[in-house]
Write a protein that binds this ligand. Structure first.
Ligand code: MG
Ligand code: ZN
Length: 207
């Protein structure tokens, strides 16, 4: 039986987003509440899968070995909080590589679904960027935009481009990962609620 997953973007959802990339474990700062939010989802039986663009590797700013070391610590920190990861998928490429995995492409999610036998239609992607939403849409998962990281900026961009944009206009918004987790777990109890039309000044209330 394919199982439901919650895909988690890394920068801006789990750790604070840095314009110059997280280049070492010293630069990693957990977003407050992120581990607890992830743990609530894991306890409810969701497969937790991180899907992350790390163009810093392709740009030669950080080695793959360093990123792998950071991710080993991330896995440890999450597991210690009760949120062991089912998988962690990253794209090391830059736009110039034109790969199939760099978000907004859905490659990372599709690969995870194949490897881990995930039910994409019953899964949710939690991210702070519009390209996360685009990847979710292309993979056929639900999407929750969080306001941490670049989330507020993403909302602003959407507001101004809603007319001409072909981006999916319906999506959920949560303050942060803990609130996104509450929303997702509420859907388990009451059924999935179709997201509001963007621009209706609606903010999902999971509290
Ligand atoms: Mg992000
Ligand atoms: Zn890639």
């Amino acid at each position: 039986m394919p199982r439901p997953a919650v895909f988690l973007d890394r920068d801006g959802v789990l750790c604070e987003d840095r314009a110059d990339y997280v280049k070492s474990w010293d630069e990693w700062r957990w977003v407050p509440g992120a581990r607890e939010g992830a743990a609530a989802l894991a306890e409810a039986g969701k497969a937790l899968v991180v899907v992350s663009n790390q163009a810093c590797i392709g740009k030669g700013l950080v080695t793959r070995a360093t990123v792998d070391d950071i991710h080993a610590r991330v896995r440890e920190g999450l597991a210690a909080a009760g949120a062991p990861l089912a998988g962690l998928y990253l794209c090391p490429h830059t736009d110039a590589d034109q790969c199939a995995c760099r978000k907004p492409k859905p490659g990372l999610l599709l690969q995870a679904a194949r490897d881990l036998d995930l039910d994409l239609a019953a899964s949710t992607f939690v991210g702070d960027a519009l390209r996360d939403g685009d990847a979710a849409h292309a993979a056929g998962t639900r999407f929750v935009l969080v306001c941490t990281g670049q989330g507020m900026r993403s909302l602003e961009i959407l507001k101004h481009s809603a007319e001409e944009s072909d981006r999916p206009q319906r999506f959920h918004v949560a303050r942060d990962l803990p609130q996104a987790a509450k929303m997702i777990l509420k859907w388990d109890r009451t059924g999935y609620a179709r997201p509001p039309e963007y621009g209706a000044a609606h903010r999902d209330d999971a509290d």
